[in-house]
Design a protein around this ligand. Sequence first.
Ligand code: ZN
Length: 151
Amino acid sequence: MSRWTNPEEWARLCSGEACVICRQGVPHDVIAELESCWVTMGEESPMQGYCCLVFRRHAVELHDLTPDEGAAFMHDIQRVSRILQSLTGAVKLNYEVHGNTLPHLHMHLFPRYVGDAFEGGPINPRAVKGPVYAPGECEALKQRVRAALAG
Ligand SMILES: [Zn+2]
């Protein structure tokens, strides 16, 4: 069942009127606020080092951004992906923009590792069973990401 099957609800989500992020003011698990977006990172992740970059104003599609907003968002994406690769030792970063259930522009950043559960293919977050972090590991990584963004 998709939210697309209810055109009125979908329109309210896309307009921002019923957007849960806009109603809360900020997304969950924010670890940093950059020029264009919030950086979120939490214990419940499909992959170690997973981050989500949530655009700070309500927008649905990348083409909804002004050229300056698009440039700022890309700059922030590059900053975070560079830091994630450095801190995690990822062999590749994966970038995903969907918004099929939450149409407030956000980009998922997945560090990929040799031998990860999805090696050679796309990530399926629904197939991840159990925590990907040992106790304290996520918090330590958050602090390192924050420090790198502040530096
Ligand atoms: Zn929104």
